[in-house]
Design a protein around this ligand. Structure first.
Ligand SMILES: [Fe+2]
Length: 164
């Protein structure tokens, strides 16, 4: 697909974002399985549920733009996820691994927050109000997921990792 105007660029980026969510739907259960702490396992699976909803909402938007939701594959997220696996397999100690998993999960969230932020600004510029509402809704979920990971890391996971 040749991108030669702002709206096309917006839609292509929206397809990339859909691929981000799709990849996470596969990666998050694996991360939850690797986690030891029950609150971390549960936190990751709660966000997995949210992620499925996010992908649904993006699919709906993409259908309204009359494009194939699966056309683009986001290779930045592929790289982040493959680093997550590499790290988790390198760390034997389970308390340390939990701290590493949070680091990986927060990389994912920050990447998503960046992409949602850009797309929300583009949707606003293009006057796409329905898109903007959905993007801001997903963005809020990503921010909340990131904040709960921070709280969990500070309160429980990092202190346990430090005493491992
Ligand atoms: Fe997400």
């Amino acid at each position: 697909m040749n991108v030669d105007d702002f709206r096309q660029m917006y839609v292509a980026e929206l397809q990339e974002l859909r691929s981000v969510e799709e990849q996470l739907i596969h990666a998050l259960p694996r991360m939850s399985n690797m986690a030891q702490h029950p609150e971390l396992k549960q936190g990751i699976m709660d966000h997995w549920e949210e992620t499925r909803g996010q992908r649904e909402r993006l699919d709906e938007l993409l259908r309204r733009h009359h494009v194939n939701p699966r056309e683009h594959q986001d290779s930045s997220m592929e790289a982040i996820i493959s680093e997550t696996k590499r790290w988790a397999h390198m760390v034997e100690d389970r308390d340390l691994r939990d701290a590493g998993l949070i680091a990986s999960a927060q990389r994912v969230e920050h990447y998503e927050i960046a992409v949602y932020g850009t797309l929300a600004a583009w949707a606003k510029q293009l006057g796409l109000q329905d898109d903007l509402r959905v993007l801001l809704e997903n963005l809020e979920e990503e921010k909340r997921a990131d904040e709960s990971l921070t709280v969990l890391a500070k309160k429980i996971i990092n202190p346990e990792a430090a005493s491992a």
